[in-house]
Design a protein around this ligand. Structure first.
Ligand code: GDP
Ligand code: K
Ligand code: MG
Length: 301
């Protein structure tokens, strides 16, 4: 990748919204590859994750955030809200994602934060593929648009690449002249170690029902590439109770095996290398309420 001659442009674009509206799905679709894990569950995204899109002179840095929500009883929720809130304040543009015609108190809270941040914002109405009565969309859009002067209102389905060129074109005028912060071939600021841990966590969320609390976390204890190019990864899954450990392991270890092989396939694709992935499950109670333990695991970033 070469640095283009002539002026270059950069900008930060925050992707914000309540949990589960499709923020991470949109980020991955914009980049054409997966940098942020997604699932049907709230609080899948726990950290601020940058997705970097470089095209010629333009570098757009998208900031994926944990969903903002009103429940702040646990330390882990407070830290996630803080990570999401702080990223609204100092960006060049905010993309406010909402879901079809489904408007909640949490959407209202995010909108209040956008109003306060006083940054230019676009409204993205996601999951239009799920809106059965298309006629209901317009009055809904008008209702939200009456509350804030959005620069654009863009109905999309983040599951399809179809709407991405349009979003990118609308975002471009908000970039500013300046140097690129990342090499053109970087798609995220996160390390492969972090991405490996996230991939395991995604499979944990996918293969466990609602009973698995979102507080389950993954630590990479070993990450080594041997001479023959095989990457050896040891990942530790932390749960809060013994019952959760049994659930994650499954009957005769069957579920853990599925989680491991699904995660391995994704990591191999990401690294373009053969991977040997070993998983362990350990009970460590109360960590999700302990701010210090959370910070040591990288929360609040
Ligand atoms: P986030 O919490 O806002 O980051 O949401 P995710 O990106 O994790 O997505 C939450 C769920 O919504 C996942 O199951 C996605 O596959 C699904 N999803 C995201 N965008 C769309 C969409 O446009 N249409 C449909 N039908 N589902 C979507
Ligand atoms: K989610
Ligand atoms: Mg997310």
């Amino acid at each position: 990748s070469e640095t283009p001659a002539g002026p270059t442009f950069n900008g930060f674009v925050a992707i914000v919204g309540r949990p589960n509206v499709g923020k991470s799905t949109l980020l991955n679709q914009l980049l054409g590859q997966k940098v942020s894990i997604t699932s049907k569950k709230a609080q899948t995204t726990r950290h601020r994750i940058l997705g970097i899109d470089t095209e010629g002179p333009y570098q757009t840095i998208y900031v994926d955030t944990p969903g903002l929500h009103k429940d702040e009883k646990r330390a882990i929720n407070r830290l996630m809200n803080r990570a999401a809130s702080s990223s609204i304040g100092d960006v060049d543009l905010v993309l406010f994602i909402v879901e079809g015609t489904h408007w909640t108190e949490d959407d209202e809270m995010v909108l209040t934060k956008i109003k306060r941040a006083n940054r230019p914002a676009m409204l993205i109405i996601n999951k239009i593929d799920q809106v059965k009565d298309k006629g209901s969309l317009l009055p809904h859009i008008q209702k939200i648009a009456a509350e804030f002067e959005f620069k654009e209102i863009i109905p999309i389905s983040a599951l399809s690449p179809e709407h991405m060129p349009k979003i990118k074109a609308l975002v471009r005028p908000y970039l500013r002249e300046g140097i690129h912060f990342y090499p053109a071939d970087h798609v995220t600021d996160r390390s492969v170690r972090f991405m490996a841990a996230e991939t395991v966590r995604e499979k944990l969320m996918r293969f466990n029902g609602e009973e698995l609390p979102y507080s389950t976390t993954v630590e990479i204890e070993k990450y080594e590439t041997t001479e023959n190019g095989v990457v050896h990864i040891h990942a530790l899954i932390l749960v809060e109770r013994e019952g959760q450990k049994r659930m994650v392991i499954g009957n005769k270890g069957s579920k853990l095996k599925t989680i491991g092989s699904e995660a391995r396939k994704d990591i191999e694709q990401m690294l373009e290398a053969r991977v040997n992935l070993q998983l362990w499950v350990k009970v460590k109670s109360g960590w999700a309420d302990d701010e210090r333990a959370l910070r040591s695991l990288g929360y609040g970033e």
